[in-house]
Design a protein around this ligand. Structure first.
Ligand code: ARG
Length: 406
């Protein structure tokens, strides 16, 4: 009896050809698994194509809510932005898809799982490492990396020859991955890093010239660091993120253009659209500025970098991530309140924040009347802060100059 393999299936050309290739050249019974994380999927067309390509069974799962609640919200609370910019949409989606590959493999008695990543990117690492972590004995195959090696033209010819219905649009010049947390765009004209990204790379965000006047303000409510409502209306995760993606996109908010350090060592020019993620990170951070004491907030920024690196490098299912989550959760107890964000001409800016846990005290900060800050205490405080440097200057001198007798 043929061995079963569960393939993460998007319905695109690469994975459609992979279904047939796995069957024909490797002798597998192929089960396709399509996981909806918020990409625009035509389910019936995807199912028909999988079957035409020779799949013995097709599976579909809507994991949008789990994706946001278990993955994106954690990254948001942690403040995880890779290289201080990329909100990690693709990187956060992979471990969930891997988890479901493992789940379906167990249900179907499959000994292998497969995915459509190439041998140059981060995604192969994320899939493979996540599967290893969840099911060390399950074997993983990535046809595009592990032997299939066809050009786009060869794939189209192969599909035609095997009766796989592929709608060959004029080749999109880009490689695109999208989910609710963002849209990742690579390759094609973007490989020339000396130029601005062409307008046709974008699908969610308007160009600045088409953004409306005036600004639009959105009020986001957080509880324990998690967004729960927009403009006073409680929303569940998917609706909340969809709404912010739409409104942010309308104002051209959420475009990111960066040179990214891939885990495999390559520098790559990457473009993203992530209106909701950008707005939520900004708002969450504004709220933390208000409620977290400064020293702890500084340490949390270091944790944010570590969290982003770990997610980017595919180590979601690690004890290290769980430990960082526990730390982050302990900081989020007071991250409750509302933040107003103005969306305007390609930017999102903080337009007000409020929390019952706010540490901001106008009576301490004010330069006007009603000042409660103890100015006399400042003098003594500074005398002691300066004590070690005064002593050093007297005994050793400073900056290459000898000690000063006076
Ligand atoms: N560079 C990003 C990352 O590593 C996005 C990868 C997107 N994948 C794609 N097929 N376009 O997370």
């Amino acid at each position: 009896m043929a061995e079963k393999i569960v393939l993460a299936y998007s319905g695109g050309l690469d994975t459609s050809v992979a279904v047939k290739w796995l069957q024909e050249t490797r002798g597998f019974d192929v089960i396709t698994l399509t996981v909806d994380l918020g990409g625009q999927l035509d389910l019936e067309a995807i199912r028909q194509r999988a079957l035409a390509a020779g799949a013995i069974a097709t599976r579909f799962e809507d994991q949008r809510r789990a994706f946001l609640e278990r993955f994106c919200w954690r990254a948001l609370r942690a403040g995880a932005l890779y290289q201080d910019q990329y909100p990690l949409a693709t990187a956060l989606g992979r471990p969930l898809i891997a988890e479901r590959l493992v789940g379906v493999a167990r249900e179907e008695g499959a000994t292998w799982v497969a995915h459509g990543s190439t041998g140059k990117g981060n995604d192969q690492v994320r899939f493979d490492v996540a599967v290893q972590a969840l099911a060390p004995k399950l074997r993983v195959l990535a046809p595009l990396r592990d032997g299939m090696a066809m050009t786009r033209e060869e794939e189209i010819a192969y599909a035609r020859q095997h009766g796989i219905p592929v709608t060959v649009k004029p080749a999109s010049p880009y490689s695109i991955d999208e989910n609710l947390w963002g849209r990742s765009i690579e390759a094609g004209d973007l490989e020339d890093a000396t130029h601005e990204a062409p307008e046709d790379a974008f699908a969610w965000t308007r160009p600045l010239t088409e953004t409306p006047e005036p600004a639009e303000t959105v009020e986001i409510a957080f509880e324990t660091g998690t967004p729960v409502a927009l403009d006073g209306k409680v929303l569940e995760a998917v609706a909340l993120v969809e709404d912010l993606n739409r409104r942010g996109g309308l104002h051209g908010v959420g475009r990111i253009d960066m040179i990214e350090d891939r885990f495999v060592g390559i520098k790559s020019r990457e473009v993203y659209e992530a209106p909701a993620a950008v707005i939520l990170h900004l708002a969450h951070r504004a709220l933390e500025e208000l409620v977290l004491e400064g020293e702890g907030a500084g340490f949390k920024r270091q944790v944010a970098q570590e969290y982003a690196r770990l997610v980017y490098q595919g180590k979601w299912f690690s004890a290290h991530r769980a430990s960082l989550d526990a730390y982050v959760a302990s900081t989020q107890v007071v991250v409750e309140g509302t933040v107003r964000i103005a969306l305007h001409r390609g930017t999102a800016r903080v337009a007000g924040r409020k929390s019952r846990y706010s540490l901001y005290r106008p009576q301490l900060a004010t330069y006007s009347s009603g000042d409660e800050f103890d100015h006399a205490a400042a003098r003594g405080f500074i005398t002691l802060v300066g004590l070690p440097l005064r002593t050093q200057a007297l005994v050793q001198g400073v900056d290459g100059r000898p000690p000063q007798a006076d």
